[in-house]
Design a binder for this molecule. Structure first.
Ligand code: OSB
Ligand code: MG
Length: 379
């Protein structure tokens, strides 16, 4: 148990932003479109005592979120970094509060906030997952499989992931790649834990179509309706049996409370980047727990640094469902950390017992793939 008396304030002396570009091993297609590579913003935060790392989950284009790699860079440079640079900060909750003066831009904030959590865990010599209050010594893993060129290709991919040990399959759906596809998957795999993610591709006009999914015994339907809607999800949940899981619609714990009170979902996908950092992610986790709403950890095609943060967060008690946090090699030939994240034959990730995020940034590989960098030093 850590007491606040053990925590010394840490002065933030230097922040380095780096942008890298890595090709994906396989393209990834959602209802937003297909991506072949990942532009990623990495952040290194130096204090007197230790160095922490964060990864911004914003994508190249404003599809999943309004944030992009370029907006995150600009917001970090002009507002987030100047707010904290040179400050001595007692704990991550204090840093999280300081960033409240900047509206929105959660992914930009989460990148710096998570790096500070890593730095402070390292300065205390404890693994980040323990510092966050995690209790799980292994986390259950599912996979998210994108839209494919054919149903046969999708069935092949599912088969491969099941053979690797993954505990549940999530497939992406959109109008035209939904009921018939799910029917074929169920015909081939009648018993597997299966769910679908629509990434906001449906509207109020599609309720009949969404109701058809009830026949397939799905664990949940993730974010069927608009990213900025909770009310309509409540209407839909009232008309279908399958639990709705919200992703895009939950921007902070207050959104989660609203969605739970409106009975707009029965499960919540927690993404630290979308929620603005570990502090708000944990608050949302705790709120869901107190309402008996299970959560799981989503993914954003992160490289190793973001992946390591997701592993740490997933050790909190109410992460009872398998998440989308999977092995590095499913995404990248070589990851930004060493060792890479591995999944056991029975579909678990074992959190590292090293201090902080528990993985070493592979600085040579990061430099080799870097498109730009900028250093901010306190005076
Ligand atoms: O909606 O969960 C999502 C990837 C990018 C953006 C949004 C989502 C996803 C995924 C992939 O589903 C999760 C992963 O494997 O990292
Ligand atoms: Mg999703």
């Amino acid at each position: 148990m850590l007491h606040s008396a053990d925590m010394a304030g840490l002065k933030i002396e230097e922040v380095t932003l780096r942008e890298i570009r890595l090709p994906l091993v396989n393209f990834f297609e959602t209802s937003f479109g297909r991506v072949y590579e990942r532009r990623v913003l990495l952040l290194e935060l130096r204090t007197e005592a230790s160095t922490g790392w964060g990864e911004c989950v914003a994508d190249d284009a404003p599809r999943y979120s309004y944030e992009t790699v370029d907006t995150a860079w600009a917001i970090l440079k002009r507002f987030v970094v100047p707010t904290i640079l040179g400050c001595t900060i007692e704990d991550p909750d204090e840093l999280s509060k300081m960033l409240k003066s900047i509206r929105g831009h959660s992914m930009a904030k989460a990148c710096v906030e998570s790096a500070f959590w890593d730095a402070q865990a390292k300065s205390l010599g404890v693994p980040l997952w323990q510092f966050l209050g995690g209790t799980r010594s292994k986390i259950p893993c599912g996979v998210s499989i994108g839209i494919q060129d054919s149903p046969e290709e999708l069935l092949r991919k599912i088969e491969k992931e099941l053979r690797s040990g993954y505990q549940r399959i999530k497939i992406k759906i959109k109008p035209g790649w939904d009921t018939e596809i799910v029917r074929e998957v169920r015909r081939r795999f009648p018993k597997i834990p299966l769910m679908v993610d629509a990434n906001s591709a449906y509207t109020a006009a599609d309720f009949d179509r969404l109701r058809e999914l009830d026949q397939f015994d799905l664990m949940m339907i993730e974010q069927p309706l608009a990213h900025d809607d909770v009310f309509l999800h409540g209407k839909l949940q009232d008309q279908i049996q399958t639990p709705i899981c919200l992703d895009e619609s939950i921007r902070h714990s207050a959104d989660a409370l609203q969605a739970i009170e409106l009975e707009a979902c029965r499960i919540i996908n927690i993404k630290m980047g979308r929620l603005g950092g570990h502090a708000e992610a944990r608050r949302t986790h705790d709120l869901c727990q107190s309402h008996q709403i299970p959560v799981w950890c989503g993914g954003m095609l992160e490289t190793g640094i973001g992946r390591a943060h997701n592993v740490a967060l997933s050790t909190l008690q109410n992460f009872t469902l398998p998440g989308d946090v999977t092995a590095s090699h499913r995404y990248f030939r070589r990851d930004t950390i060493r060792p890479s994240v591995e999944v056991t034959a029975d579909g678990h990730i074992i959190p590292s017992d090293e201090a902080g995020i528990g993985y070493e940034p592979d600085i040579d590989w990061i430099r080799e793939n870097m498109d730009q960098y900028e250093v901010f030093t306190a005076d």
